[in-house]
Design a protein around this ligand. Structure first.
Ligand SMILES: [Zn+2]
Length: 206
């Protein structure tokens, strides 16, 4: 796979996700310096937020999630990797589980934005990724369209667990894109009772 990745990098050289500069990385040095002000990091041992949901980060996340810019996962993943705190945080876990989206939404969007990043991070950090354990069984309203009070109710009982044996006694990290009230990740966490330890990592904190 690495050979294929290298060949693809020659045919389609990486492009900075912010300024578009072609080079060897998905975020150039100048843009990385610019976004350093948005780096957020953790509130406690079990939660880590990479960035603040503000300015260019907010714009890029909206493009990533709603405007069909799926390729931006490489930029976000590179920002994760550049940060030692993130790498150290991820090393505490065996398995990464991206927050699932409902099949119907996946069909319309074409991809699960959290899964693309989780896959890349798992590959780079040597974690396992499971996408067949946590599933979204109810096609809920978009959390972003709801007020803070309605969000808990919206995701209640929206997820189911399959293949529970795979996570028994394991250390799991759940990856989500944007953390606002925490309703989504907390509901997911509640479902993974068979795990030993559960952490949460998000791209951005609103
Ligand atoms: Zn740039």
């Amino acid at each position: 796979m690495e050979i294929l990745d290298n060949i693809l990098d020659i045919i389609f050289p990486p492009e900075c996700g912010i300024c578009g500069k072609i080079g060897k990385t998905y975020i150039c040095e100048n843009c990385y310096d610019d976004i350093k002000k948005y780096l957020y990091f953790n509130e406690n041992d079990d939660i880590l937020h990479l960035l603040k949901y503000e300015g260019i980060i907010r714009d890029k996340l909206i493009s990533y999630k709603f405007n069909d810019k799926s390729y931006l996962y490489k930029m976000f993943c590179e920002i994760f990797e550049k940060n030692k705190k993130c790498c150290d945080f991820l090393k505490k876990y065996d398995i990464i589980i991206p927050v699932p989206i409902h099949n119907k939404r996946r069909k319309t969007r074409g991809y699960n934005q959290s899964e693309l990043i989780a896959k890349e991070l798992a590959k780079k950090m040597g974690l396992q990724i499971y996408v067949d354990v946590l599933k979204k069984c109810v096609n809920t309203e978009m959390q972003s369209s709801l007020g803070k009070n309605e969000r808990n109710k919206n995701v209640q009982d929206a997820y189911i667990v399959a293949n529970e044996e795979k996570i028994r006694g394991k250390n799991i990290v759940i990856l989500d894109d944007i953390y606002t009230t925490g309703s989504t990740v907390n509901e997911c966490k509640k479902m993974l009772v068979a795990a030993n330890k559960i952490g949460i990592i998000t791209i951005a904190k609103d």
